[in-house]
Structure formats: C-alpha cells, structure tokens
Design a protein around this ligand. Structure first.
Ligand code: NZQ
Ligand code: ZN
Length: 392
C-alpha cells in the first residue's frame, strides 16, 4: 500500500454569517495590504463585495480591487494581478468567488513571489517555492479550490492550454463558507458544481492501490448526499441544509480525505480530458465532466466490472457484482447528470468535434504524444480518441 499524507492547513469558518470572522482571520495573517480579487458581476450584485471592503476598512487594512475573473480563469488577468500586486506591495489576497477566482488568486500569489514567468509553474518548467497567502470567501460549491492544493489556469496568450499546478504552497490559509451566499447561483452553475463535487470523489474512487473500506464508505455516502442535495437545490434554491451539504462536500471531496488509504491520488483521466475541452471550447468544467465521465466509464468498465459494480452497490444499493450491475451504475450516473440539466454528450453542449479539432485536442491532451493518462486504467492517444468519440 502507498503511504498517504493528509494535509489540510486551511482554517475553515463555516455557517450563517461566517463573514463576521473575516477581520479576525486577517489579523491572524497580519495582513496590511490586501488584494480583493473577484469575478464578473455576482459579488457586486449580491452586495458581498461592499461588505468585504467595509470589513477591511473597519479593521484598518488597506486594499486594492481587481475584478473580472472569467470562468476558466485566464493567464492575462493573472499577469495583471501580479503587476498590480507588485506595484501596490500586496501582502495578502482575498479570493471572493468560486474556483476560478480562487485559482486566479493562487496564481497571482505564486507570481508575487517569483521573478520569472508564472506560467512556468503551469507548464511544468518550475515548481513553486513560495506564494503570497490567499484566503477564500466562497460563493459557489464546486471546484473545492478553497481547500485543495491545486490551481488551474487557461493560457489565453498562446494556444488556449488549460493547465493545473499542484502544490501545498498555494493552499488557502482560511476559507469563509456561508452556504447562504450560494442561494443566488443560476441552476446551471449549481448543477455544474454538483457534478464536479461528485467527480472529485469518483476520480479518487478509481485508484490503483489496495484501498480501505472506510474511505470507500465515506466517499460513497458523500456522493449519495450530494446527489440528494443537488436535486433539492434545483427545487428550492434557498434550501439551507442542502446548500450547506454541497458547500462542505465541495471542500472535503477535494482536500485529500477521499484518497487516504488508496493510492493517495486517483485516476484523474476525466479531469484531464475535460480540461482540454474547456480550454478549447470554454464550456463550464462541471458540464464537461458530465460529458466525459459516462463516455470514459463505458469505454473501460468491462476491465473493471467489480469496481464499477461496487460503486453501484454502495451508492444506489444495486445488488450484484457483474457486468450488468456495472453498466447500470454508469447509466444511473449519466441519467442523474442529465436530470440536473447537464449535457451528457458533446452535441448537447453545442460542440461539434470534427476530425481536425479532434487531432488538435489529442495533440494538446497528450502533449504531442508524450504522455498517457490514468493510473486506474491507462489510456493512450487512441483510447482517448475513442472516449471522445463515445462522448460525441
Ligand atoms: O463571475 P461571476 O459573476 O461571479 O459569476 C460566476 C461564474 O459565472 C458564478 N457565480 C459564482 N458564485 C455565484 C455566482 N453567480 C451567482 N451567485 C453566486 N453566489 O458562477 C460562475 C462559475 O464560477 P466559477 O468560479 O468558474 O465556478 P467553479 O467553482 O466551478 O470553478 C471552475 C474552475 O475551477 C477549476 C475548473 O477547471 C474551472 O476553471 N477547477 C479547479 C480546481 C482546483 N483549483 O482545485 C479543481 C477542479 O477540478 C477544477 O478543475
Ligand atoms: Zn473538477
């Protein structure tokens, strides 16, 4: 069995009115000049941005603002943030938003402690050794970036490559999570988030180690709860308990808990295949995952009948450990994603993957034929093509 390391340094403040603790959290950081980073409109519209700025003023902490983070956050804005941060002498960053804002903040944090090109960390050319600290105020339950070691950035300056950088250095110092902030989410974003949370758990459920039953049981109980809560928020966006379930699940599905005792990692092929899609077609990450997972699972399940059937046993109480149970499990996930309003084929998302685009996608995905994907089931370029073909 591989050794697992579980490291979650993020201080979590969870529940109604969690924002009241922002001042105290910033004092612990000894923050003197803060960059407040946010997205398009939602933080302004909800009044949250104003509340955050008032708290900073009340605590005598000076601040500068940088909005405009787009979903699938762009390198060009990260560069702007680094330049602004250097000019202003920023010593802490508040990420007010979801995965995109938090990831952009993490990238700015890296860049403020690095003299060369921040993309080096995303292209694999260098490993980050330091970063200006980030504290998240979470407004969407989805990516789990508030507790993860990851940041994913899209290079809009050359090639639209979407790449991640994993390092403990970027983990948020604190995360303020008030489920009420997610009431204003459009249903599509709530559904994308629900799928992403499920997928962060599934990527780790499909691992290459021996595994332990406790982690399987926690993982599958969580998936059940996330499916139920995802359905509830579609009916009633102001269902506090369901929103709270999703928000906490977003964090613990991606903070490493779901990989303890297995190979300490998981497969991650679906995420890699999705990142290439959202880099190229700019679709929402959760929607891309709802398309890729059923296709990937259908392509490989016959080699892993027991594992897929076990998933069905634990999540849906299906009996049996045969091929039919495994397939029924995959079909059920697909129909749940569909019922949440997610696309489950590329064409549902308006993506036409012709041969030219397919080749381009595969070149990017394989780094020009220099990498394969997956530890649970290793895929080569031709296998990846077949998965995308099923997804069409
Ligand atoms: O820009 P605004 O106006 O704020 O609107 C956002 C955005 O359009 C909106 N939104 C967020 N909170 C809201 C709200 N609208 C109304 N009310 C609220 N309370 O939701 C939209 C999506 O936001 P985004 O931050 O993009 O969502 P998400 O958290 O799903 O993040 C997606 C990004 O995270 C990456 C994805 O690839 C994608 O780029 N991921 C990051 C990971 C990590 N760092 O650990 C892991 C994931 O696997 C994922 O790859
Ligand atoms: Zn994800």
């Amino acid at each position: 069995m591989e050794i697992s390391r579980y490291y979650t340094p993020t201080r979590v403040v969870f529940g109604k009115n969690a924002l009241s603790e922002l001042g105290g959290e910033l004092k612990k950081e000894n923050a003197k000049k803060v960059l407040v980073h946010f997205g398009g409109q939602s933080a302004k519209k909800s009044g949250l941005l104003d509340k955050v700025l008032s708290i900073l003023d009340e605590n005598g902490i000076s601040h500068v603002e940088l909005g405009g983070v787009k979903p699938n956050p762009r390198l060009s804005l990260v560069r702007e943030g680094i330049a602004l941060g250097k000019k202003e002498g920023i010593d802490f960053i508040i990420a007010l938003g979801g995965g995109s804002v938090i990831d952009s903040s993490k990238a700015i944090g890296y860049g403020l402690k690095y003299e060369k090109d921040v993309w080096d960390f995303y292209s694999g050319k260098a490993k980050p050794e330091g970063a200006v600290g980030v504290g998240a105020i979470l407004t969407i339950a989805a990516a789990g970036s508030e507790m993860s070691d990851s940041s994913v950035i899209t290079n809009d300056e050359s090639g639209w490559l979407k790449r991640g950088c994993n390092s403990d250095v970027c983990r948020c110092h604190f995360a303020i999570m008030d489920p009420e902030y997610t009431y204003t989410l459009p249903p599509y974003q709530s559904a994308c988030g629900t799928v992403d949370i499920i997928m962060h758990t599934l990527e780790r459920f499909f691992h290459s180690g021996d595994g332990i039953s406790l982690t399987d049981n926690i993982a599958t109980a969580m998936i059940k709860s996330v499916i139920e809560s995802g359905r509830k928020v579609m009916e009633d966006p102001d269902d506090y308990e369901a929103r709270a379930n999703l928000m906490w699940a977003s964090s613990i599905s991606h903070n490493g808990l779901m990989q303890v005792g297995n190979d300490n990692r998981g497969d991650w092929t679906c995420h890699q295949m999705e990142h290439e899609l959202s880099g190229m077609f700019d679709i929402a990450h959760g929607a891309g995952l709802a398309i890729v997972f059923p296709a990937w699972a259908r392509y490989i399940y016959k080699d892993h009948v027991e594992r897929f059937a076990k998933l069905g046993n634990l999540v849906f109480s299906y009996e049996g450990n045969d091929e039919a149970t495994a397939l029924k499990t995959i079909e059920t996930f697909e129909s749940i994603f569909h019922s949440l309003g997610m696309p489950v084929h590329l064409k549902d998302a308006g993506i036409e993957l012709d041969e030219k685009k397919m080749e381009e996608l595969l070149d990017k995905l394989t780094n020009n034929n220099t990498r394969t994907l997956g530890v649970f089931h290793n895929l080569k370029r031709d296998d990846m093509r077949k998965v995308y073909e099923i997804a069409r």
